[in-house]
Design a binder for this molecule. Structure first.
Ligand code: P6P
Length: 352
């Protein structure tokens, strides 16, 4: 028998892929884990690599523009929306431990060959958030949230019941931002970690270990075109940030792609807000597959995420595509926001 001593000196021994990281995290925190979460995550990473390959060549392939139909949200579907959605449905569907999925692109929850009572996990996702920006080469992203299939759930039960769980029940959350580089950020409740896709080896490689959101930043991020329709306490809060009263003058940064705006907020600090507006009185962003995963990541990185009336992750879901206001940022910005959202500031019902 020939014994091989692993010589990692030659290879770049500092390479830690996202799969290796997940397995190491599971060994550290769940020694008896079967590795099935890592198998699930590999379905997500594969689907995002398939999407990334198309996004990177969007101008060269016939994938820009609309798919010619409107999705369940009433939004015009981009061709890449459809591709990204199908990639995730396929890659997760061939993983036997995934019982049910819910996608922004599908009105109902999706099950696989009656497996809804046998898998372990429920996966929710926005396959390509911000896709309307694709044609002008602005960063877009995939957002995902992983829940456990509820105890006692059987294939006789309505799959929607397994999807409608509050954010506190998330086992994991993450996103991939297809930007100047492609970065996956995820948490399983033990810190937030970022992996940059290395196209030369086709792997997500650890690049941002244990990300912490700065306690105070210098950016606020909101669509000021809707300023006049924000509830008064949001206008007062933003005016406070702009005024320099916090000791620093905040600048406005708004990309119009949640994943990109949140990724900047996570790394640089500050606050992102999508308040109630006249067009979207309940907020525009989706609770289950946008706000909840973003909130879990923010909290795991030392930040906070509010619906305007409490923690996002405490909001009880009543429907799959439910919308919510989202205010997410660093400790200082969010403590100040809570001050503005107390009754003394004559909050709207959103803040009570
Ligand atoms: P608005 C993209 O369409 C999206 O769903 C999020 O990614 C983004 O944060 C928001 O909508 C932008 O909305 O109304 O500012 O264009």
């Amino acid at each position: 028998m020939k014994n091989v001593t692993l010589d990692t000196a030659g290879a770049d021994s500092t390479i830690i892929t996202v799969q290796q990281h997940i397995l190491a995290e599971q060994r550290k925190h769940s020694p008896h884990a079967s590795g099935s979460f890592s198998w699930l995550l590999s379905g997500i990473t594969l689907a995002t690599k398939m999407t990334e390959a198309r996004v990177r060549r969007a101008g060269l392939l016939d994938v820009l523009g609309t798919a010619g139909n409107v999705n369940v949200q009433g939004e015009v579907q981009q061709k890449l929306d459809v591709y990204a959605d199908r990639a995730l449905v396929h890659c997760l569907g061939v993983r036997e431990n995934v019982a049910i999925i819910a996608s922004e692109e599908s009105e109902e929850a999706i099950t696989f060959d009656g497996r809804s009572g046998h898998g372990k996990y429920v996966v929710l996702f926005d396959p390509l958030d911000g896709s309307s920006n694709l044609d002008v080469n602005v960063s877009v992203g995939t957002i995902f949230s992983v829940l456990r299939l509820p105890e006692g759930f059987t294939s006789e039960d309505n799959p929607t019941k397994a999807v409608l769980q509050p954010g506190t029940e998330q086992l994991a959350a993450g996103y991939v931002v297809y930007g100047s580089s492609t970065i996956m950020v995820y948490t399983t409740g033990h810190g937030v970690h970022g992996f940059t896709l290395d196209p030369s080896i086709g792997a997500y490689v650890l690049s941002h270990e244990n990300i912490r959101m700065p306690e105070q930043g210098t950016y606020y991020s909101s669509n000021d075109a809707y300023w006049d329709t924000f509830p008064a306490e949001y206008r007062e809060y933003i005016a406070h940030l702009r005024s320099g009263a916090t000791g620093r003058r905040y600048a406005l940064r708004y990309i119009g792609s949640l994943v990109a705006d949140f990724h900047r907020t996570l790394l640089r600090g500050g606050v992102f807000l999508y308040p109630p507006t006249d067009k979207n009185p309940e907020g525009k962003l989706r609770l289950l597959y946008e706000a909840n995963p973003v909130a879990m990541i923010a909290e795991q990185a030392g930040g906070f995420a509010s619906s305007g009336s409490g923690r996002i992750v405490d909001v009880p879901p009543t429907e799959i595509h439910q919308r919510t206001p989202l205010i997410v940022g660093g400790k200082e910005e969010m403590e100040l926001f809570e001050e503005y959202c107390k009754p003394a500031h004559s909050c709207t019902p959103a803040c009570v």
